[in-house]
Ligand binder design. Structure first.
Ligand code: ADP
Length: 493
């Protein structure tokens, strides 16, 4: 085992600098825990126009004339450097204003479509990452790439760099955060990649039904692969429903594909110290959770009724999240003795649906079609149950927050939900939630009914809450798993 592993960690979004979703949170948090466990890690991302240079103390490095080819054109870029939060973790920014000086990462806000030069923008990211290694006096043992935006890097390493120093021993780990997003582009863009024509051929590591697939390249050429839960790692190689067309090549690499559950941010989501909630509590003062429920119900103008469980839902309102199952059974659900609070934004069809539900059942449901972090915390603290019936869920965070807050999750058995929420067994008293397996609204309804029956037995309910509150989802645990993978890669070399 190597004493100190050098890792260059690359992503198109890293919080707090740039974020569109969970990828940024993972990429902004995991490196900190890896460094704490002794990994010598440096990060890299594009220098987008909206990144505040002064706020983050980002400075240019005095390296002259860095350039890579995009197609036949040499493209110059500059290297800037900052720190990830206040910790001594170096982060490099690739600056090329023509490609990155924009207010939005992937999409042109004027027309809502992807930027037309996303191929060039992410070719630049992968090539620049490899190029800077000759200039920064840091030779990584491992380059850790994330999602399709960095999928070309393992291919470029093997095709252009691997044969020469200092690249000969570098290994690559590809993390897949959500396989539904693959970076698929028209074949006309192939010239921009600067690769031999063999990669155009049917069945190459890049070709995908007559188009280019950046994630596929990462999957084929990286030394090892991982995704963000064990169950999702299995699911994405089994069927098109989960693998989105990449299930075949993932199955071919099944021995190299691992699942490592993401951690959750214990400092932001901790009912003992959460500043957004009415009353703090923990597992030894669980009864105080009720005060949060009363407060929440009062603030949303709902009658307080301790005997009715309050079911929370916080979600992007998109098909992935299983909102159509709720839609299917909404009347039967709201005829039960429950109350619901819903917070989310997303597709227009679901906005219209929930607006209508609010009008039809004003006493039983409160709907907030907005992004509201404070309310999200209050819902986690004040609800009795949390509904998350996803169609697929690579890892999922909300169910972990719910467990931590003693808010019993009702989930579909998929991906990270299957790995974190275990169905309660009344005999052994084990389990921290309620789980159904088929993507079927009948199962959703009967599982909610089952949860309500247990809710009516306060002693048993308390055990379920306690089981959830004592589960460990720390980033420490994830970081240790990642380090095991890093070591595995270095052993085989
Ligand atoms: P995904 O990343 O697929 O959206 P996760 O459960 O992994 O799902 O993470 C969602 C994150 O976004 C959580 O932190 C959740 O609290 C937050 N979130 C989603 N929608 C809202 C909203 N409308 N208001 C506040 N927070 C939200």
């Amino acid at each position: 085992m190597k004493e100190k592993i050098n890792v260059l960690f690359i992503s198109s979004e890293i919080a707090p600098f740039a974020k569109t979703g969970g990828l940024a949170d993972v990429c902004g948090t995991l490196p900190y825990y890896l460094a704490k466990e002794g990994v010598n890690i440096r990060l890299m991302m594009p220098y987008y126009g909206f990144i505040d240079q002064e706020k983050y103390n980002i400075d240019p490095l005095p390296i002259l004339k860095l350039s890579v080819h995009i197609g036949n054109t040499p493209i110059e870029f500059q290297l800037y450097q900052g720190l990830l939060t206040d910790d001594a973790i170096r982060i490099y920014f690739i600056r090329n204003d023509a490609y990155y000086h924009r207010e939005s990462i992937y999409v042109n806000p004027e027309n809502g479509r992807d930027w037309e030069d996303n191929v060039e923008r992410f070719v630049l990211l992968s090539k620049a990452a490899l190029e800077i290694i000759q200039h920064i006096e840091f030779v990584p043992d491992i380059i850790h790439v994330n999602d399709w935006q960095t999928g070309l890097l393992p291919l470029y390493l093997s095709e252009h760099y691997k044969q020469q120093a200092p690249y000969t021993h570098i290994k690559t780990l590809m993390s897949i955060h959500n396989i539904a997003y693959q970076g698929i582009f028209e074949i006309e863009k192939f010239e921009q990649l600067g690769l031999p024509a063999i990669y155009l051929k049917f069945g190459s590591g890049l070709e995908f039904w007559g188009r280019l697939n950046f994630l596929k390249a990462g999957i084929v050429y990286a030394d090892l692969l991982n995704t963000v839960s064990k169950t999702y790692a299995q699911e994405i190689q089994k069927s098109e429903e989960f693998g989105y067309g990449l299930e075949g090549i993932l199955a071919e690499r099944k021995n190299d594909l691992y699942g490592i559950l993401n951690g959750m941010d214990n400092s932001e989501w901790d009912p003992r110290i959460d500043e957004h909630i009415h009353v703090n509590y923990d597992v030894s003062s669980i009864e105080r959770k009720k005060e949060n429920k009363r407060y929440l119900l009062k603030t949303i103008n709902m009658n307080d009724n301790d005997h009715y469980p309050l079911i929370g839902l916080i979600s992007r309102l998109v098909d992935q999240k299983g909102i159509d199952l709720i839609q299917d059974r909404i009347n039967e659900l709201l005829e039960l003795n429950i109350k619901m609070i819903i917070l989310g934004t997303g597709e227009e069809k679901y906005h219209r649906f929930f607006q209508k539900v609010q009008q039809t059942y004003p006493d039983k449901v409160a709907v907030f079609l907005e992004f509201n972090n404070k309310l999200a915390h209050q819902i986690e603290a004040g609800s009795d149950m949390f509904l998350m019936p996803s169609k697929y869920e690579p890892c999922g965070l909300n169910q972990m927050y719910s467990l931590r807050y003693g808010t019993v999750p009702i989930v579909r058995e998929t991906g990270g939900l299957a790995d974190t929420v275990k169905d309660f067994d009344p005999i052994t008293k084990k389990g921290n939630g309620f789980v159904f397996s088929q993507y079927d609204s009948k199962e959703l309804l009967s599982t909610v009914k089952r949860a309500i029956r247990y809710f009516q037995k306060p002693d048993v309910w308390k055990i379920i809450m306690e089981n959830g509150m004592s589960t460990d989802f720390s980033w420490n645990r994830s970081a240790i798993e990642y380090i095991k993978l890093y070591n595995k890669m270095l052993e085989v070399s």
